[in-house]
Design a protein around this ligand. Sequence first.
Ligand SMILES: *Cc1c(COP(=O)(O)O)cnc(C)c1O
Length: 494
Amino acid sequence: MTLIYQSTRDANNQVTASQAILQGLATDGGLFTPVTLPEVNLDFNKLKDASYQEVAKLILSAFLDDFTEAELDHCIQSAYDNKFDTPAIAPLVKLQDHYNLELFHGSTIAFKDMALSILPYLLTTSAKKQGVDNKIVILTATSGDTGKAAMAGFADVPGTEIIVFYPNGGVSKIQELQMTTQVGDNTHVVAIEGNFDDAQTAVKRMFNDEVLRAKLLEQGIQFSSANSMNIGRLVPQVVYYVYAYAQLVHSGAIVAGEPVNFTVPTGNFGNILAAYYASKIGVPVNKLICASNENKVLTDFFTTGTYDKKRTFKVTTSPSMDILVSSNLERLIFHLVGNDAAKTKELMEALVAQGEYSLENADSSILDLFAAGFATEAETAAEIKAVYESSNYVEDPHTAVASAVYQAYRQATGDQTPTVVASTASPYKFPRVAVEAIAGKDSGDDFVAVAELTKLSGVAIPNAVNGLETAPVRHTTVVAADAMQTEVERYLGV
Ligand SMILES: *Cc1c(COP(=O)(O)O)cnc(C)c1O
């Protein structure tokens, strides 16, 4: 039997895994979501010795069940190779009172690599399976991180082209260099005179432009999106929660069957949703702890049942969590209201129209699995310092938000369940924040901070940062926001 992915907003919109990956978002605006979860045989006494790729094969073959074994092997082997700087791919590190699951060993040293390194292969394979032989063009507007991670994934993947737009002057020096030095003949980077919203709006408009779509199709080209609503990004994230649990069994920290907590620094709700699916297919979970920064819309949602985006957006030192509308929460909402698409649609429309919605009669068996909390900027910096002092380990600010929220949770509840914190970025991605938290003064420059961080942490500078200062800049185009389409047409020759 093939697994059904259904739109969260229309019960009649049902597709297979490869169709869902190729479409990205459902045309009704919903997100493709599994209504019933696959049966997976999670025998942790065997899995404890499995490689990351072996665990990936088990999970992906269950969720992406219209892919053949050979297709999945191709995707997994192409993705999880020496782009990662450790054969463990996602190592689990023991600190004084929790474990950090390091999801930052890929090419851009942040957790988006875990899914974006395999998505290009899942997409091109899905296209083939659906008899589509168009060239797939990924258009992405980025505020810094996602664009680079997507390019690193798509660079030189046959049958694809990727065009990334970022706000000129709106990203950090390291982020800009990461993008402008990107190699790969199929990669294009354009700075725009405008902010992230301008870039995002123009990209959305191009996606919905029927005339442009027809013009591209004539040349055998179609757009696709690499955003985190694509189930091709969600499913690969389930893998590392299974892997982390297997590692805990392997090390003897727990015996198979014993529950654990996962604490996840959350923005768009993709990462923690993957942890939820991992628990649903059999990873023994006590609590999923949803950690926010000062943009604590999710903490309020889990404590009050009301999702209210009408609040001031705060710029924090954990920018990838500076989000007021968490797109992937829609999938959990769908499950919380009993997989009711009409109800989910109503709530999501209320969010747009009124800026808020309230859940009534939510499924408490799901809700009870979650705990939530937030950390202020001061608490986050204090946690970076505390973990450094207790464990001689430097956490990035996103990870520190989660780690601080976990400490507060443990204090408040007395819960002693072994806990894994999803560590979503290397401190080398945010060196000034990490160094300032520990040393008490700002280095004033990203690269000065990198040098100081090496001394403090004793961790070698990752390839993603090393050499960045001197790498040749390959992308120098700057255009007005209203000239973005002209650039796209020029790159694609239409
Ligand atoms: C994207 C990101 C997050 C948030 O993950 P979601 O899946 O959007 O909740 C947290 N930390 C880092 C470093 C990220 O890049």
